[in-house]
Design a protein around this ligand. Structure first.
Ligand code: SAM
Length: 289
């Protein structure tokens, strides 16, 4: 994981990635907000070139400039893999960017966002209003509580797609990366059910996050799993994954529907989806990072 820092004197926010022996900086005009919630420390920054920046416990969550990459890849590949997704649950995702993408699919009837920290959403409404523009959609529901507990109590077969848009596997998010959680997700999902989870960097976290995530998902009962790759400039190494697991095959998707999608995206399309499914040699061979 990374160890964050800020150099107030130079006007740069820097997130140090100890494991990677690297750091990523954004030039900032000002820190607009800082607060400690019962769960985490949230800060909002105004950067010179990347728009607003949200950090939690000093780690970059999103910027105005490049969040579309992450939010589109956390939602559309999974939604175009399920044959007919109607009931979607987002665990985490308090900035509402994933919710906005999910609601672009006209077939989705209900999208529930379960984030442990209401303050993330309230600050997103204030500083990232463009991500929250679908929050009033009658199909959207915002619930503030622990996603692990919510999933334990979910009715069996009541969800088509679970999207785990969480912080890194530390603090309140740690249990979201466990086999016990995936068992609860499996039970909550219907027959064609899918789960997709942000799974960090292929370069830095293959051995300690991505590979164990596949193992835990398979042991929880999922028949198939694959990690999709995409660029994410503001996260450590700039190369990120979303791991998709399903009760059925997950490497085949509704490509004709993706080609004819009735909404605008900035990154996702059918060709990007196909490309994201291509697997690097070290994924196939299970080599350590
Ligand atoms: N894209 C971001 C990333 O990978 O850095 C994640 C963004 S989103 C803001 C992460 C959210 O997960 C936060 O709002 C946090 O409150 C939420 N979260 C962490 N643990 C959680 C839990 N156990 N249940 C529900 N939400 C949780």
């Amino acid at each position: 994981m990374s160890a964050p820092t800020l150099d107030n004197d130079t006007g740069w926010f820097t997130e140090i990635c100890t494991k990677g022996g690297s750091a990523f900086s954004l030039r900032v005009h000002a820190r607009l907000h800082a607060e400690q919630t019962p769960y985490q420390h949230i800060e909002i920054w105004d950067t010179t070139e990347f728009g607003k920046l949200m950090t939690i416990d000093g780690f970059v969550m999103l910027t105005g400039r490049d969040n579309f990459l992450y939010h589109e890849m956390m939602s559309h590949p999974a939604l175009f893999t399920h044959p007919d997704p109607k009931r979607v649950v987002i665990i985490g995702g308090g900035d509402c960017g994933t919710l906005k993408e999910v609601l672009k699919h006209p077939g989705v009837e209900h999208a529930l966002q379960v984030d442990i920290d209401e303050r993330v959403t309230r600050l997103s409404e204030q500083y990232f209003p463009e991500l929250c523009e679908s929050n009033q959609d009658p199909r959207a529901e915002l619930y503030f509580g622990d996603g692990i507990q919510w999933m334990k109590e979910a009715s069996p077969g009541s969800v088509d797609l679970v999207i785990v848009d969480s912080t890194d596997p530390i603090g309140p998010a740690e249990g979201l990366f466990s086999e016990a959680f995936y068992r609860d997700v499996y039970r909550a999902l219907g027959n064609n059910g899918l789960v997709v989870q942000q799974s960090e960097s292929p370069l830095l976290h293959y051995e300690n996050i991505i590979r164990p995530m596949h193992k835990a998902m398979r042991e929880a009962g999922f028949a198939d799993s694959v990690s999709l790759q995409f660029p994410q400039p503001v996260y450590p190494s700039g190369w990120w994954t979303a791991t998709l697991a399903g009760k059925r095959q997950v490497t085949v998707f509704r490509d004709a529907d993706a080609l004819a999608k009735p909404f605008v995206t900035r990154y996702y399309n059918a060709a990007i989806h196909r490309g994201a499914l291509a697997q690097p040699e070290f994924f196939l061979r299970g080599q350590p990072d």
